[in-house]
Design a protein around this ligand. Structure first.
Ligand code: ADP
Ligand code: MG
Ligand code: ZN
Length: 477
């Protein structure tokens, strides 16, 4: 059955430094509960909000990146409701009516569907800047059965972007691709680290032909976006095929069970009593525009992807680098400094990345990647024929993955001519071990390999190659 899907994507600006209206930290992870709080973000009487300019700049850059219509000024709005994790009893958010002015209206996201390698388009309705509420943690039995609830306000006031799409998405997979792409853009802008726990949440509005739309809340991963929407499409289609009616409602995604269940009938917008926040003046955007434009244009993943493609990189490899930003930046810098575009892509996107994966090292952490100089040097050595790709891949890359800052000179295997000479000398000197080996004592070979490695100094050597070289020589005797 034909489906229509619209999303509300809430993304924490984890990289904004501080919370939206106070100096507490935007990234509260690993902190003791209720240690990242102040009078403003726990709503004590008399405390006044002061906007974090960086959050607005980043939100503005996001609006530009998504081709939004940007207003001259923004006006924050209060959205009222009661909940223990909302200490002021209102959330400072944005709204397009009642005197509020959101940071973006209209706009569209061009996102890559990596199954078809097609660029698709999804229109945006709005982007709001708002505060995250605190976090309610329930005892055993969860929200439905537990008799205890604890509130942690460390998250209260963290800046969020609320990105609301038009219902342009037609499948669960498209919705997932869109979310992944939006997160990628926001990561490139320096607004968020989407891999941090709880960095984003998605609400999905899903309807099928002949039914009302259902809003599914609490989707916390991109995989779950796909699962939750597929579940809803199936559930709603089954109701309609059997002659039933799908009513407008809000449901909750239960990731553990892989199903949605009813939460409440949808409240009406007037229930929230929206009005402009009298504690916050309207904020003019003009002065922030140049900086936001610079951020948006220099960190567009689509443009960087095209750049890698134009260097002759296969699209799969190019995309693999785009999705791990430090690897793409390393690649572009190395090529700029003279590395061969193909060799560099193969090292970075295939074999070095594979070594990181094997060691469960995070490819998103720049500290896990070598310097551009190292890549340039490896590329030069291979081009000159000093080393084969296999030698670099088998000997250098694993060691580099262990220690990306290691001195390349110490990791490079001894060149063959040189090594033959060292082996020659060692065999001459170690008469006894040679005799033992020739008389059938296999252990003597290990000793000889060790002696060659010691004689070669600190250089990295491939023990198997040495063993074979020694065997070859002694076979002649
Ligand atoms: P609300 O006022 O409840 O937030 P909106 O009209 O602002 O509702 O829409 C919320 C979301 O629902 C938007 O992302 C929009 O794209 C989506 N949406 C609207 N109509 C449909 C529909 N028929 N099917 C699926 N999603 C829809
Ligand atoms: Mg909403
Ligand atoms: Zn605070």
């Amino acid at each position: 059955m034909k489906a229509m899907i619209g999303l509300e994507i809430h993304v924490q600006m984890t990289e904004a430094g501080s919370k939206l209206f106070c100096d507490c930290k935007a990234n509260y992870r690993g902190m003791e509960p209720n240690s990242n709080i102040c009078p403003v973000c726990i709503g004590l009487p008399g405390a006044l909000p002061v906007v974090n300019k960086r959050s607005v700049e980043l939100a503005l850059a996001a609006s530009l990146a998504f081709n939004c219509h940007v207003p001259d000024y923004i006006v924050f709005t209060r959205k009222h409701y009661f909940y223990p994790d909302l200490p002021k009893n209102y959330q400072i958010s944005m709204y397009e009516r009642a005197g509020g002015v959101p940071i973006c209206r209209g706009g569209k996201v061009r996102y890559l569907d990596i199954h078809s390698w097609e660029w698709k388009e999804c229109r945006l309705r709005r982007i709001n800047i708002e505060e995250d509420p605190g976090r309610t943690i329930y005892g055993e039995g969860g929200i439905l059965r537990s008799s205890e609830a604890y509130v942690d306000y460390n998250r209260s006031g963290v800046p969020l972007l609320e990105i609301i799409t038009e219902p342009d998405l037609k499948s669960a997979r498209e919705a997932r691709q869109l979310v992944e792409y939006v997160l990628l853009v926001l990561e490139y802008l320096g607004a968020t680290n989407p891999r941090l726990e709880g960095a984003f949440r998605v609400d999905a509005n899903v309807s099928v032909e002949g039914g009302e739309r259902v809003e599914v809340k609490n989707i916390g991963s991109t995989l779950d976006v796909e699962k939750a929407i597929n579940f809803e499409i199936m559930r709603q289609s089954a109701i309609i095929s059997s002659g039933g009616k799908v009513e407008r409602e809000t449901r909750h995604w239960d990731a553990e069970r892989g199903s949605t269940r009813p939460l409440r009938q949808k409240e009406q917008e007037e229930d929230y009593l929206y009005f402009p926040d009298p504690d916050l003046p309207a904020i003019a955007l003009r002065d922030m525009l140049p900086k936001a434009k610079a951020i948006a244009s220099s960190s567009d993943p689509a443009a960087l992807f095209e750049k890698a493609i134009s260097l002759g990189v296969q699209r799969e490899l190019a995309w693999s680098m785009v999705t791990a930003r430090p690897s793409l930046m390393l690649y572009l810098e190395a090529v700029e400094r003279g590395a061969d575009p193909q060799l560099a892509a193969r090292i970075i996107a295939v074999d070095y990345k594979g070594e990181l994966r094997e060691r469960e090292k995070d490819p998103h952490d720049p500290a896990n990647w070598p310097s551009a100089d190292t890549i340039v040097e490896l590329s030069r050595l291979m081009k000159e024929g000093a080393y084969t790709y296999d030698a670099i891949k088998g000997i250098v890359l694993p060691k580099l993955a262990e220690n990306p800052a290691a001195d390349l000179k110490l990791l490079l295997p001894q060149r063959a001519e040189n090594l033959e000479q060292v082996i020659e000398e060692v065999l001459k000197r170690e008469e006894r071990a040679v005799k033992d080996y020739l008389s059938g004592k296999a252990q003597a070979l290990n000793y000889l390999v060790g002696a060659v490695i010691r004689a070669a100094g600190k250089r990295a050597l491939d023990p198997r190659a040495i063993r074979e070289a020694i065997e070859r020589r002694l076979a002649k005797k």
